[in-house]
Each structure stands twice: as structure tokens, then as C-alpha cells.
Design a protein around this ligand. Structure first.
Ligand code: NI
Length: 202
């Protein structure tokens, strides 16, 4: 493609956008049905989910409504990243004491094949008393991971039970009382920093 043509196309596109903006902003009474802004200031993380908790009960996002959630995706046979992330969550919540009771820590497994409700029930005991473990069918877990933009991939590993391990992203997601995204932290955030940040959100 020749440069003058590219320049002409870019100019054309820009002119088109300006006209579109004028048309949109000049139209009175436009409601939600009109064009939505590309950025809303809220990240598109989270959303409805349907899973099974560590007591074997079917739960959805609605069961957590009215409380903040601190969501972490991981799996119980993870050797280091997950247990240390969960330890940071537990210690930060302990540090904040009773005022952090409005925050529910949630571990959503990325390994539903091995992490049954019973396995999760044993695992969550090692961390915070209010930690909720969630699992489900492959499809349910995949849908939840997708909603939170979590990367998780099975990779062969002879040393792990079942011959595989799971590579996954490790962020903590703080969600508001209606399940909307507030902020996120790396799992390496540290106890003091996490406690500080959570205190701001309380
Ligand atoms: Ni892990």
C-alpha cells in the first residue's frame, strides 16, 4: 500500500470519528441503547458464576452479594505460588481483624479434576477460617476463569499427581458488594501492603 493512500485513509477515519462524536453528543435523550463509551473506568473483570463450594453446595455470585470478595484462582496441589498467595490473604485479613469481616476470601480452583469439594474442604482449613473454596465442572470453572480473565493451562508434569500441573496467572481480585471489580494485586503483594489497600476499600 502506498503512503499517500494510508495517510488519506487515516485522515478519513479521524474525520469520520469526529463526525460520529458530534452526531452522538448532539443527539438528545440518548440512553443506554445508544453507543457505549469504549472505556467506562471499570475493568471488565468478574461477572456471574455458577460453581460448587467446599461444602458441596451449588453457589452463584448472588450468594456473595452484599459482601466484598477477595478472589484468587489457584489449585490445591500448587507447590508454592498458591499457598503463599493464600497465606498473604489470610494474614492480611487477620491483621485487619473484625473490620475485615465484610470481605470474603474466595479460592476458585483452576483444577476441578483434582480439586473436589472434599479436597478443597481439607485445603481451606490450612488458611483463613472464612476462606471459601469453589470448584465445579470443567465448563463452570472455565467460565469463571474466563470472566476474571485468568490464564490457566494444564501442562504435563511427571512429579505431580495425575501427571500434570497447571500454569496460571496469580492475581488477587477485590470485588465490590455487587460483584463489580474494584482492584487487583499480584499474589506477591505482601501482607502489610495488602492490609493497607484493603483497609482503604473498607
Ligand atoms: Ni498456583
Amino acid at each position: 500500500m502506498r503512503w499517500p493512500l494510508v495517510v488519506a485513509m487515516v485522515v478519513g477515519l479521524l474525520a469520520g470519528s469526529v463526525i460520529a462524536l458530534i452526531v452522538v453528543s448532539g443527539t438528545p435523550g440518548r440512553e443506554a441503547s445508544g453507543p457505549q463509551p469504549l472505556t467506562t473506568g471499570k475493568a471488565l473483570i468478574g461477572g456471574p458464576f455458577s460453581l460448587v463450594d467446599h461444602k458441596g453446595r451449588s453457589v452463584t455470585n448472588k450468594d456473595f452479594a452484599g459482601r466484598k470478595m477477595l478472589v484468587f484462582f489457584g489449585f490445591t496441589s500448587c507447590p508454592d505460588v498458591c499457598p503463599s498467595g493464600l497465606q498473604v490473604i489470610s494474614a492480611a485479613l487477620d491483621k485487619l481483624g473484625p473490620k475485615a469481616e465484610t470481605i470474603t476470601p474466595v479460592l476458585i480452583t483452576v483444577d476441578p479434576g483434582r480439586d473436589t469439594p472434599a479436597v478443597l474442604a481439607e485445603y481451606v482449613k490450612s488458611f483463613h477460617p472464612r476462606l471459601v473454596g469453589l470448584t465445579g465442572s470443567e465448563e463452570q470453572v472455565q467460565a469463571a476463569a474466563k470472566a476474571y480473565r485468568v490464564y490457566a493451562k494444564k501442562v504435563p508434569d511427571d512429579k505431580s499427581p495425575g501427571g500434570y500441573t497447571i500454569e496460571h496467572s496469580a492475581y488477587l481480585y477485590l470485588m465490590d458488594e455487587s460483584g463489580g471489580f474494584l482492584t487487583h494485586f499480584p499474589s506477591t503483594v505482601g501482607v502489610d501492603r495488602l492490609a493497607q489497600e484493603l483497609a482503604k476499600a473498607l
